[in-house]
Design a protein around this ligand. Structure first.
Ligand SMILES: [Zn+2]
Length: 213
């Protein structure tokens, strides 16, 4: 009777460790070249042991406006690591680091330019320029003048509003209470969790009503 022993797949690069997806994408020597290059390109200390840790650092560093583009950068890095591993394993080819990084840069530039990246922030612009991405600069909004009219004597006026970072997104509500002479009577601001714009607006009204009671 023949005993069947299943052998774990050995890494074709180091011929020592088991070739898991994590090993190929993060610990394979060619993968490490790519992550080192990306770390210096984005001037960040990337923790390159999982896709989640790379994305977490990248997404915290730049504004939501260019979120898609930041994800695109990471995806192209992962895709090229996979391609170069396959080319080496199945075709015996080993392209140079320079050719690999140039190919990643071209792919990032090509696909990001189709996204029409818009940004208001200098830090974001620097990143886009580094990857040769055409950017649309969004000018800051011109402040709108608003007139505030006092309430009738003996009444208190409350102005409330909400703010959300995205929809749905982290939301806050705030209100200010003033009398007929415009005297400040009180105010509050509180974080209400992740909500849509409409939910945050309604919560703002409800919380304000609670304060009034
Ligand atoms: Zn290996």
């Amino acid at each position: 009777m023949q005993a069947r022993v299943q052998l774990a797949s050995r890494c074709s690069n180091c011929h020592y460790l088991t070739e898991t997806m994590q090993h190929v994408l993060f610990h394979y020597s060619r993968a490490m070249e790519v992550w080192r290059w990306l770390s210096s390109k984005v001037e960040a200390n990337l923790v390159t042991d999982s896709l989640e840790s790379v994305l977490n650092i990248m997404l915290c560093r730049w504004d939501n406006d260019i979120r898609q583009m930041v994800i695109c950068v990471v995806i192209h890095c992962v895709w090229h690591i996979w391609l170069i591993r396959n080319d080496n394993k199945y075709n015996g080819r080993n392209s140079s680091t320079q050719a690999l990084l140039a190919s990643i840069s071209r792919s990032i530039s090509l696909s990001s330019n189709l996204m029409d990246c818009k940004t208001r922030f200098w830090n974001d612009r620097r990143l886009l320029v580094k990857f040769n991405i055409r950017l649309t600069f969004v000018p800051h909004k011109i402040p709108k003048q608003v007139m505030w009219y006092p309430p009738l004597e003996g009444f208190i006026k409350c102005n409330s509003d909400r703010g959300s970072l995205g929809c749905p997104g982290h939301s806050i509500t705030r209100s200010i209470f003033r009398d007929s002479k415009g005297n400040f009577l009180g105010a509050y601001a509180s974080y209400v969790g992740i909500h849509s714009t409409l939910e945050a607006e309604l919560m703002s009204v409800m919380i304000t009503m609670d304060y009034v009671q």
